[in-house]
Design a protein around this ligand. Structure first.
Ligand SMILES: *Cc1c(COP(=O)(O)O)cnc(C)c1O
Length: 373
């Protein structure tokens, strides 16, 4: 039987043909396709300004530059995320302040956020893990009360909603990733949803070497920008993907629902919270580690032998070497540590069939049942 990876992008032939058109056009870096992609994204996000870059990490980094993070400024976020979220805070000179997750949602605990606010707090970076939205009402109530900026790390939640409203269509800065594994891709890429045309102009400077060009052909540089621009080749893929995003997400939801219906509840897996608001970026049960006679690594190897790819997203990041060097250690964020140590990402992508879900569920029984105490 074919190997079933935990994710796989769906790129249609029309998009592939359009990429070939761009390659033949003579203009392959940032140009008309990037402009068209930004316009289409802006429409998707309720008319707000959107600018694209070559990664979600770049988008977060520029967002932090836009809000003018200075040394000593504290930015509150979660240890249960892709390390990019915290690396960018450090790389822009800010001080990450980690607070634990709410074990029910596995997203940042907003009570803990409020408790961690100090006079030096400048911003919050919530992460919608696996596509499940952080409570936007409570988040923005806290931000308003303490006058904080919010950079939503919505890398995993393109198309997710909060009370029926698309994430990114409201709120403060909203950062998205178009990495190959995300719900829509440009191979690599990212975007930031902004508040004002002025913010968008500043973003453009940070995106490309700080340059402003004038109609008379002259230019000026008034800040030390980087090299973050997206190519027209990538933007052509993004235009094709964006048209399909809502359909992709609808299909993911059907498949996630099928997992809920099909998973053997006697195996002791802890299922994620069901949510109609999620784009179901990932389906992540927790293994019953305490009852298992094999490690997560062995479990993953045995699933692989059965032709099924299983991922881990993510170990709690404060236990990585670099962060231990900053003084973080075991026991500081117990919920994140427990989830990080037992989480598995099962296959979920739009081209999967219901039969694929059933195949995964059968393999789970075959691998886990004999490994339970
Ligand atoms: C993917 C991801 C990023 C980074 O996006 P890249 O496009 O890979 O740079 C940041 N945060 C989270 C939560 C992600 O999942």
């Amino acid at each position: 039987m074919d190997f079933l990876p935990f994710t796989r992008p769906s790129i249609d032939e029309e998009t592939i043909a359009d990429v070939a058109n761009v390659l033949r056009s003579g203009w392959i870096t940032s140009g008309p396709k990037v402009q068209a992609f930004e316009a289409a994204l802006s429409e998707y996000f309720g008319g707000r300004p959107v600018r694209v870059v070559n990664s979600g990490t770049g988008s977060l980094e520029i967002a932090l530059r836009l809000i003018d993070i200075k040394p000593g400024d504290e930015v509150i976020t979660t240890p249960l995320t892709w390390v990019a979220t915290v690396n960018v805070i450090i790389n822009t000179g800010g001080k990450p302040v980690l607070v634990d997750i709410d074990p029910a949602t596995r997203n940042i605990d907003l009570d803990a956020v409020e408790a961690a606010i100090t006079p030096n707090t400048r911003a919050i970076i919530p992460v919608d893990l696996a596509g499940l939205p952080v409570d936007r009402d409570r988040l923005y109530a806290i931000a308003a009360k303490y006058k904080l900026r919010v950079i939503e790390d919505a890398a995993q939640s393109q198309g997710s909603t909060w009370k029926g409203q698309k994430l990114g269509s409201f709120g403060d800065l909203c950062s998205i990733s178009f990495h190959a594994n995300k719900n829509m891709t440009t191979t690599e890429g990212g975007a930031l949803v902004l508040n004002t045309p002025e913010e968008a102009r500043q973003f453009e400077k940070w995106r490309l070497q700080g340059v402003t060009r004038f109609p008379d052909g002259t230019m000026d540089v008034d800040l030390p920008g980087g090299k973050f621009n997206l190519t027209d080749v990538a933007a052509a893929i993004g235009l094709g993907q964006l048209k399909k995003l809502d359909a992709f997400n609808a299909r993911r939801k059907v498949l996630a629902k099928h997992y809920f219906d099909q998973i053997d509840r006697t195996l002791g897996l802890e299922l994620p919270l069901w949510s109609d608001d999620s784009n179901w970026h990932m389906f992540q049960p927790l293994l019953p580690i305490d009852r298992m006679t094999i490690s997560r690594g062995e479990f993953i190897a045995r699933m692989k032998e059965k032709g099924i790819g299983v991922g881990v997203h993510y170990p709690a990041l404060h236990l990585f070497t670099y962060f231990r060097g900053l003084g973080y250690k075991e026991g500081m964020y117990p919920h994140s540590e427990r989830v990080g140590a037992s989480t598995i990402t099962l296959p979920l992508f739009p081209a999967m069939s219901e039969a694929d879900v059933e195949r995964v569920c059968t393999a789970l029984v075959e691998v886990l049942r004999p490994a339970l105490r």
